[in-house]
Design a binder for this molecule. Structure first.
Ligand code: ASP
Length: 312
């Protein structure tokens, strides 16, 4: 029975380290002239995205192809899909085609794990509603570990729309498991009411939230998930919570700036910071994304199914 990667919550520090170590080897593969390792030759992966995606879907496709798998992409417009039965019918149909793995994104929290219960193949969560986006947290961790040597003891400030962000939730779990200390920074309207259960410090000002931080992780205002007015205006939001060089000054001198993308320049981040290669590792995150997804696919679909403890 294959296992799945549905979230970071519940993973052990050892399995996270093992996945990051395996990802390191795939950075080398991706940087080689010949980027192909045939560890998944003959395996089939179906990408099924009920919600739009550019980088995540492409990243999984590149990762699977670099490992020699056959990849099929199914794009499903969210509007044409009904919840519940239709999702499960789709899952059963795909399951009957005997894929080795499904990579699934869905707009409802919990939908991917529901689907995973119904199929025989491995399922990877590529983002479910506001719940989790595990490969994003893993690629962020890989980026940080390579730059800082470790995650343990680092102060990480996750800033902006925490409420609607599956990236924030997966990162909070991962960073806590790995011994970093996590702050969330944002207006009260964008901080979840159950934040106390997540083991983070809460700040409503960038000045205190970023003080002496090692990592400043910016999040997009997820207006597509907002059903009312959560911020007065985007210019007002930028004034208080947008990251610019001035606000960044209170962080540690070598602090790294991260963003999962897509970025809204001038809303949550100023271009001068986003494009400052001394600080911003945003493009590196994208590169690490491919390596991490290669590692996850290998761990779940390949011959290492017994060696990456906890995940498989
Ligand atoms: N790409 C990330 C996600 O799918 C972050 C975002 O959309 O802002 O959650």
């Amino acid at each position: 029975m294959p296992r799945h990667l549905l979230g970071i919550e519940g993973l052990s520090a050892e399995s996270i380290e093992a996945l990051l170590d395996l990802s390191e080897t795939y950075i080398d593969t991706s940087r080689s002239l010949v980027k192909r390792r045939d560890v998944l030759a003959g395996r089939t992966l179906i990408n099924i995205f009920f919600e739009n995606s550019t980088r995540t879907r492409t990243s999984f496709e590149v990762a699977a192809k670099r490992l020699g798998a056959d990849v099929i992409n199914m794009e499903v417009a969210a509007s044409s899909v009904k919840k519940g039965e239709t999702l499960l019918d789709t899952a059963m149909t795909l399951n009957a085609m005997l894929p080795d793995a499904l990579v699934v994104r869905h707009q409802e929290s919990g939908a991917v794990s529901l689907l995973a219960q119904k199929v025989n193949c491995a399922v990877i969560n590529a983002g479910d509603g506001q719940h989790e986006h595990p490969t994003q947290a893993l690629l962020d961790a890989l980026t940080i570990r390579r730059r800082k040597g470790t995650l343990r003891g680092l102060v990480v400030a996750i800033c902006g729309d925490i409420l609607h962000s599956r990236v924030a939730r997966s990162n909070i779990h991962l960073l806590n498991i790995m011994g970093a200390s996590v702050r969330v920074v944002g207006p009260a309207t964008l901080i979840p009411t159950d934040i106390d259960r997540l083991g983070v410090e809460v700040h409503h000002s960038m000045r205190t939230g970023l003080r002496d931080a090692d990592i400043v992780m910016m999040l997009r205002l997820q207006t597509e998930r907002m059903s009312g007015s959560f911020v007065p205006s985007t210019s007002e939001y930028f004034r208080f919570f947008g990251l610019d060089q001035e606000k960044l000054k209170v962080a540690k001198p070598g602090a790294l700036v991260m963003h999962p993308g897509p970025m809204n320049r001038g809303v949550e981040i100023d271009s001068a910071v986003a494009d400052d290669l001394k600080r911003s590792v945003i493009n590196e995150q994208v590169e690490m994304g491919v390596a991490v997804r290669m590692a996850c696919l290998d761990a779940l679909m390949g011959g290492r199914r017994n060696s990456v403890a906890g995940v498989v």
